[in-house]
Design a protein around this ligand. Structure first.
Ligand code: NAD
Length: 335
């Protein structure tokens, strides 16, 4: 099926990726976009006036049926989530997203939804394959035997399988992308749920502004990751949605960096050099993680390729603007 002409629902539309996705789906010619989130509107990162925006708690079965009514395609992104600091300390909360995924799948099926997109995560991958900083990029098959991130990753893996069985048993068309670290403007950058790129941008800007040229890094800085800019993410979601790919597929950048290199990039953009201290007790996640993009290249002839340096420039500019607006950086001119 095509997005053009379809009535689509975005769950988690008040969040980072969901907010951007609403805009993309409208640009793609969706007949209508229903945007749903549990948060009050003033907490949504963006609220496109062309969308039918609603506040609903999608952990509740009835809300899922309200959201799915008259809908052709669902994009299920609603989840209680955050960076490592959040998911390591909120395992039960993360697992409760299973209510949203379960009720949304049931409501979609019973409401005649034609296709269901589910946003899974690289946190489903077996931890034993991510012990080394010099990581071998993770292939889709590396999720099994199962040893995912405790809490958040187990819930994602379970929900992936629920999508699979809704397809096998009920014929519902499901598509699953495993996102690898997505970053960009209009996302979480403070408050405890933010991920490394946003947290590092904020810390570097704070240090530059305060004149206290120090930065605390979680872990030893040698852990490796890849980071996907939001525009690559929304393009990938649309392409995977339109594809015939029935198995979960990686959607991530394969530009691997250490956290120290990520800090180098942020310092370079901000024009400062900071003294680094390493907090070895802070949550740091696995030692190494990268996306193997063989499958996405094979099926879609494309892979996320926006350079980290380019995406970080845009992200830092947006975070700086937020800090100025919230008077965290009063008087600092834009670079
Ligand atoms: P986000 O936290 O910005 O957005 C999620 C949204 O879901 C939030 O606005 C939240 O209020 C909403 N939500 C939570 N519970 C809800 C409920 N009961 N009813 C309705 N809405 C509810 O996160 P994001 O970064 O935009 O992530 C979107 C999806 O992608 C999530 O499923 C996440 O697990 C997945 N993902 C994200 C990343 C990443 O790097 N950002 C990586 C892997 C997977």
């Amino acid at each position: 099926m095509q997005i053009r002409g379809a009535h689509v629902l975005v769950c988690g539309a008040g969040g980072f990726i969901g907010g951007h996705l609403v805009n993309t789906l409208l640009e793609q010619g969706a007949a209508s976009v229903r945007a749903v989130d549990i948060k009050p509107f003033d907490e949504w990162y963006q609220c496109n006036p062309a969308a039918d925006s609603r506040i609903l708690d999608l952990q509740l079965r009835d809300s899922c049926f309200q959201a799915a009514k008259g809908i052709d395609a669902v994009f299920q992104l609603a989840a209680d989530m955050g960076g490592m600091g959040f998911i390591e300390n909120n395992k039960a909360l993360c697992m409760l997203s299973v209510l949203t995924n379960t009720h949304m799948l049931i409501a979609a099926r019973e409401s005649g939804v034609k296709r269901f997109f589910y946003s899974s995560s690289a946190c489903v991958y077996n931890g034993d394959k991510q012990k080394d900083e010099n990581v071998i990029p993770l292939k889709e098959e590396d999720a099994y035997p199962a040893l995912p991130e405790d809490g958040y990753g187990w819930e994602k893996l379970f929900s992936e399988r629920m999508c699979r069985h809704f397809h096998e048993d009920y014929g519902m068309e499901t598509r699953i992308a495993r996102f690898h670290n997505v970053y960009g403007p209009l996302g979480t950058w403070t408050g405890g749920r933010e991920k490394a790129p946003a947290a590092i941008c904020r810390k570097v800007l704070e240090a530059r502004h305060s004149g206290n040229h120090e930065i605390e890094i979680w872990g030893d800085g040698h852990q490796t990751r890849s980071f996907m800019y939001i525009d690559d993410c929304t393009k990938g979601v649309v392409d995977i949605f339109h594809s015939d790919i029935l198995e979960p597929i990686n959607l991530g950048s394969s530009e691997l960096v250490t956290i120290n290199q990520l800090v180098d990039i942020a310092e370079d953009i901000a024009g400062v050099k900071l003294l680094r201290t390493y907090n070895l007790k802070a949550p740091k996640g696995v030692n190494g993680r990268n996306s193997d993009n063989t499958l996405i290249r094979k099926y879609l002839g494309w892979e996320p390729s926006i350079r980290l340096r380019d995406g970080m420039e845009k992200t830092m500019a947006w975070i700086q603007q937020q800090m100025i607006e919230q008077q965290m950086l009063a008087g600092v001119a834009s670079k």
